[in-house]
Design a protein around this ligand. Structure first.
Ligand code: B3K
Ligand code: ZN
Length: 852
C-alpha cells in the first residue's frame, strides 16, 4: 500500500500561468488537447516535471514549445519530463490524449449519464481527463473549447464564444484542476437574474433533462436566498457573469462546487410536492447553499493539499448550518445537526475508522470525505466562534478572506487569522484538528449551603479513549455552556461558557439562594459525551423548565434512553419518560417541529452506540423489541392526545415546504408513527390514500409496511411513479428500512433481482444497500444474512465504481461492538472482501482499516 503523508508536503516546482483545453467530444473516443503554460518556480534549480495520469488515458502526442517529445518517461500512471530537457524560462507543454467516457462506470473524470457528458474531478478525477499536475495547490486560469453537436455545452467561468458545434469558456479566477467541469447534453434550462450588492448582473441557470423543468424552481429560489445571505452575513459576493447548476442522474455524491458550474445529483435539485418530502426540500436548500458558499470557502481560497480538506468542508458546512438556522428554526436545526453528528460522526470516532478532523495519512483521499472531516470539522469552528465571540469571529473571517484570497491555504493559516485577530494562543485548541476520538466529559456537582448564600462547584474530568494510531490524548480546550435553574423553574444564572483546558477542572458559582438544577452543555457547545449523576426526576424537570431548547430536548432524550437501556437489558423502566413526554407533546406554546423531535424515540443504532460506550454488548433484537415496546407504551398512555394532535396538525391549503407547515407535518407524522402501534395502521391507510404531498404519503407507507400491510400502497406508488427515478429510489429504500428485521436481508435480495434495480446508478444502489444498513437489527441479523448480502454487492460494485463500494462499506464499521457470533460473521464478510482479486485501492484501504 502506498500511503501519502502530510509531513511529506513539497510545493510543486513549477508555476502554471494558464491552462488551455480543447475537447472533441465523442462517447467512445473523446480527444482532449491541452496547452499548459508553465515556468520553473526557481529557474536556478532544475527539477523534473511530473504530471499525474490515470488509467484510461491513451497518449496521442506530447510537445514542448511545439517540438514533439517522442517517448516521454512513464512512472506508473505518471508522465515525467526530465529536468535536463526543460528550459529555465517559461514554456508551453502541449499534450493530446484520447479517453472513453462511455466506459467510465466509476463516474470520476469525464463520463456519460443518460447521453449527457459530465465531469467529476474532486478529488483526483482530472488525471483521468488528461496528464496534469492534479493537486489543489497548482492553480491557473482556464480557457476551454468544447466541440460537439450537442445543444448545450458548458464549462467554468464566462462564455466567450458560441457557434455551431463549438463553445468557448474563460475562467479568469485561478483554480486547481479539481474545480474544473464540463457538461454537454440535450438539456433544458430555467433562468433568473441576480444583481449583487455592488451591482454586478449575474445570469442564473438551472439545467435539467427535458421533462424535469417543472421540478427545478425550488433549487433556483434556494440559490437566490444563498447568494443574498452570503452578502449580508459574510460580505461575500459572486464574481462571474453567470452561475450554472446542472442536475445529473448518475452522481457519486450529493453535489460539486466546480467554479461557476455546480453539478448536482438530481435528487438535490428536483422537487415537487408530489415527489419530494419536506426533508428533501430542506436538504436541497442546504446543499444548493453549501455548494454556492464554496465559491469563497473552497474556490477563491482553496486547500494546499488534501490533508487540509476540512479547511473548506468544515467551514462550508458551518456556513450552510448558519444559513439554515437563519432561514428556518435555529433550535430545530441545532437538534437535527447534533442527531446527525452522533449518528454518523460519533459512530465513526468510536470504531476502527476513527481519524482526526485533519488526517495526516491516507491511501485513497476519497475515503476521507467523512462525517469527521465535514460535520466534526464544522463543530470545531462552532467552538472557536463560541470561544472568541461573534464579533471577533467576523473580524477573523474578514482577515481570512483578505489575507488568503487566491491562495491554497492550511489549517495553520486558518488558526493564525484567529490568533492575529484576538491575540489568543490556539496551540491547544489545534488538538481538535490533530487528535481523533470523542472526549468523554464527566461532571460532578458539589453543593455547600451557607448563610451568605450557597455555593455550587462543578467539577469536570475529560478523557478521550484511544483511536487507531493515537493511544495518548492530552487534554483539549472544551467550551462548556452552562445555565442554572432554580427549584421553582426560573433560571437563576443565564448561559455562561466555562473554558476547560485541564484534564480535571472545577468552576464555582457563589451566592445561590437554593441548590439549582444544572443545565449543562447547552446548545451542545462541544462535541463530547457528557456523563453526570442525574436521576429521571431531574431530567423531567429540565425537560419541563430548561430555557435552552437543545438542553431541553436532550433531557427528554436522556429520559427515553434511560428507559430503553433498562428495557434492552431486561430491567424494569420507570414511567418518567412516558409521563414527561406527554406533557411536552401537549405544550401548545412549543414549536410543533420541536415537539416532533421530542416525540421521536432514539433510533436503534443510537441505543446500541450508548450501550457500547458504557462497555455493554448491544443485542440488536433486544433493542428493537425494547424500542417497539416503549413506542407502544407512549401510544397507549397518550392515545387521545396523539389522536387530537394528528387531526389538529393537518395543514390545509396548498403545499409549502417552509419551516412552519413542515413542522406541523412533522408533528403529525410523529403522532401517526406512535398511533400506528395501536390502531393497526388504519390511520396510515387513510392518509396514504388522501395525502396531497410526498411527506405524508411516505410516512404513511412506512407505517403500513411496519404493520405488515404495505403491499397495496407499494403497488400504487410504483404504478404511479414507475418512470420517476427519485420516487422509485424511495420505493426501494422504504421496503428495506421498514422491513421486519428477520426478513430485511431476504427482501433486499428479492428487490435486487428486479430489472429496475439499476445497480450501477449510485442513488439506486444506495437506496437498497443503505436501506438495509439503516435497518439496525436487519443488517445485524444473527444469521449473518445482512452482512453477506452487503459484502456480495460491495464486491460487485467495486469493479464498476470503487468510490461507492468503499463509501457503503462503512456499514461494517461498528462490528467490534457486537457479540462473538456476530463479530465472527462480520469479520468473515470483511475478509472475503479483502481477499477479492482486483480489489480497488478504495475498498482495500477501508476493509483493511476495519479488520486491523
Ligand atoms: N466537494 C464535494 C465533494 C467531493 C467528493 C469527492 N469524493 C462536495 C461538497 O462537499 O460540497
Ligand atoms: Zn463541501
Amino acid at each position: 500500500p502506498i500511503a501519502q503523508y502530510l509531513a511529506d508536503y513539497r510545493p510543486y516546482p513549477f508555476l502554471l500561468d494558464l491552462t488551455e483545453l480543447r475537447f472533441d467530444l465523442a462517447p467512445r473516443g473523446t480527444r482532449v488537447q491541452s496547452a499548459l503554460h508553465l515556468r520553473p518556480r526557481d529557474p536556478a534549480a532544475a527539477e523534473d516535471l511530473v504530471l499525474d495520469g490515470g488509467a484510461g488515458l491513451r497518449l496521442i502526442g506530447l510537445a514542448l514549445d511545439g517540438t514533439a517529445i517522442p517517448a516521454p518517461r512513464r512512472e506508473g500512471e505518471r508522465l515525467v519530463i526530465a529536468a535536463a530537457d526543460l528550459p529555465a524560462r517559461p514554456f508551453v507543454l502541449s499534450c493530446e490524449v484520447e479517453i472513453d467516457p462511455d466506459a467510465n462506470t466509476a463516474f470520476e473524470g469525464l463520463y456519460l449519464s443518460g447521453g449527457m457528458f459530465c465531469t467529476q474531478c474532486e478529488a483526483e478525477g482530472f488525471r483521468h481527463i488528461t496528464f496534469y499536475p492534479d493537486r489543489p495547490d497548482v492553480m491557473a486560469p482556464f480557457r476551454v473549447t468544447i466541440r460537439s453537436d450537442l445543444p448545450v455545452l458548458l464549462s467554468n467561468g464566462n462564455p466567450v464564444r458560441r457557434e455551431a458545434g463549438l463553445a468557448e469558456w474563460h475562467d479568469p479566477w485561478p483554480k486547481p484542476a479539481y474545480l474544473f467541469a464540463l457538461v454537454a447534453g440535450d438539456l433544458v434550462v430555467i433562468s433568473d437574474r441576480y444583481t449583487t450588492a455592488s451591482g454586478r448582473a449575474v445570469d442564473l441557470n438551472v439545467w435539467v433533462r427535458p421533462g424535469d423543468q417543472d421540478r427545478a424552481g425550488y433549487a433556483m429560489e434556494s440559490l437566490v436566498r444563498a447568494m443574498r445571505w452570503d452578502e449580508e452575513v459574510y460580505g461575500r459576493e459572486y464574481d462571474l457573469d453567470v452561475f450554472n447548476i446542472v442536475a445529473v442522474d448518475d452522481f457519486n455524491m450529493g453535489a460539486m462546487e466546480n467554479k461557476g458550474l455546480n453539478i448536482f445529483n438530481s435528487k438535490l435539485v428536483l422537487a415537487s410536492p408530489e415527489t419530494a418530502t419536506d426533508a428533501d426540500y430542506e436538504r436541497i436548500e442546504a446543499v444548493i447553499a453549501h455548494e454556492y458558499f464554496h465559491n469563497w470557502t473552497g474556490n477563491r481560497i482553496t486547500c494546499r493539499d488534501w490533508f487540509q480538506l476540512c479547511l473548506k468542508e468544515g467551514l462550508t458546512v458551518f456556513r450552510d448550518q448558519q444559513f439554515t438556522s437563519d432561514l428556518r428554526s435555529a433550535p430545530v436545526k441545532r437538534i437535527e445537526d447534533v442527531r446527525a453528528l452522533r449518528a454518523r460522526q460519533f459512530r465513526e470516532d468510536q470504531g476502527p475508522l476513527a481519524h482526526p478532523v485533519r488526517p495526516d495519512r491516507y491511501e485513497e483521499i476519497n475515503n476521507f470525505y467523512t462525517a469527521t472531516v465535514y460535520e466534526k470539522g464544522a463543530e470545531v469552528i462552532g467552538m472557536l466562534r463560541r470561544l472568541v465571540g461573534d464579533a471577533a469571529y467576523a473580524r477573523a473571517l474578514d482577515l481570512y478572506f483578505d489575507r488568503h484570497d487566491g491562495e491554497a491555504a492550511t489549517i495553520e493559516d486558518w488558526l493564525r487569522v484567529f490568533e492575529d485577530t484576538t491575540g489568543r494562543d490556539l496551540a491547544q485548541f489545534k488538538r481538535w484538528y490533530t487528535d481523533a476520538g470523542t472526549p468523554h466529559l464527566e461532571m460532578t456537582e458539589i453543593w455547600e449551603a451557607g448563610s451568605d448564600g450557597g455555593r455550587l462547584t462543578l467539577d469536570f474530568r475529560q478523557h478521550t479513549p484511544p483511536t487507531p494510531g493515537q493511544d495518548d490524548k492530552p487534554p483539549r480546550v472544551i467550551p462548556i455552556a452552562v445555565g442554572l435553574i432554580g427549584p421553582n423553574g426560573d433560571e437563576v444564572a443565564g448561559t455562561r461558557t466555562l473554558e476547560m483546558t485541564e484534564a480535571r477542572q472545577s468552576f464555582t458559582f457563589e451566592g445561590l439562594g437554593a441548590r439549582p438544577v444544572v443545565s449543562a452543555l447547552r446548545g451542545f457547545s462541544a462535541p463530547v459525551i457528557l456523563s453526570r449523576q442525574i436521576d429521571d426526576a431531574t431530567r423531567a424537570f429540565l425537560l419541563a423548565h430548561d430555557t435552552d431548547p437543545f438542553a431541553r430536548w436532550e433531557a427528554g432524550r436522556d429520559l427515553a434512553i434511560s428507559a430503553l437501556l433498562a428495557a434492552a437489558q431486561g430491567r424494569a423502566a420507570a414511567g418518567d419518560h412516558v409521563e414527561a413526554i406527554g406533557r411536552l407533546a401537549a405544550d401548545e406554546a412549543a414549536d410543533p417541529a420541536f415537539r416532533a423531535l421530542c416525540l421521536t424515540l432514539p433510533g436503534e443504532e443510537e441505543i446500541a452506540a450508548r450501550l457500547a460506550a458504557g462497555g455493554a454488548v448491544p443485542d440488536p433484537d433486544a433493542i428493537h423489541a425494547a424500542r417497539e415496546d416503549l413506542a407502544r407504551q407512549v401510544a397507549e398512555a397518550h392515545a387521545a392526545l396523539l389522536s387530537d394532535l394528528y387531526d389538529a396538525m393537518a395543514v390545509p391549503g396548498a403545499y409549502s415546504p417552509d419551516a412552519g407547515p413542515a413542522g406541523r407535518r412533522a408533528l403529525r407524522i410523529a403522532a401517526l408513527g406512535l398511533l400506528t402501534r395501536i390502531d393497526g395502521g388504519d390511520r396510515a391507510e387513510v392518509l396514504f390514500g388522501t395525502a396531497g404531498n410526498m411527506t405524508e404519503r411516505m410516512a404513511a407507507l412506512s407505517c403500513l409496511i411496519r404493520r405488515g400491510r404495505g403491499q397495496a400502497a407499494l403497488a400504487a406508488l410504483r404504478d404511479r411513479f414507475a418512470d420517476n427515478r427519485l420516487v422509485m429510489d424511495k420505493w426501494f429504500s422504504v421496503q428495506v428500512t421498514a422491513a421486519p428485521p428477520d426478513r430485511a436481508a431476504a427482501i433486499a435480495r428479492d428487490l435486487a433481482e428486479r430489472p429496475d434495480f439499476d445497480w450501477k446508478n449510485p442513488n439506486r444502489f444506495r437506496a437498497l444497500l443503505g436501506g438495509l444498513a439503516a435497518n439496525h437489527a436487519g443488517f445485524h441479523a444473527a444469521d449473518g444474512a445482512g452482512y453477506d448480502f452487503t459484502a456480495d454487492w460491495l464486491m460487485r460494485m467495486d469493479a464498476a465504481n470503487p468510490q461507492i463500494a468503499a463509501r457503503m462499506s462503512t456499514a461494517f464499521e461498528t462490528w467490534p461492538r457486537y457479540d462473538a457470533a456476530r463479530r465472527g460473521l462480520a469479520q468473515a464478510a470483511l475478509r472475503r472482501m479483502a481477499a477479492m482479486e482486483g480489489i480497488s485501492r478504495n475498498l482495500r484501504e477501508m476493509v483493511s482499516r476495519m479488520i486491523a
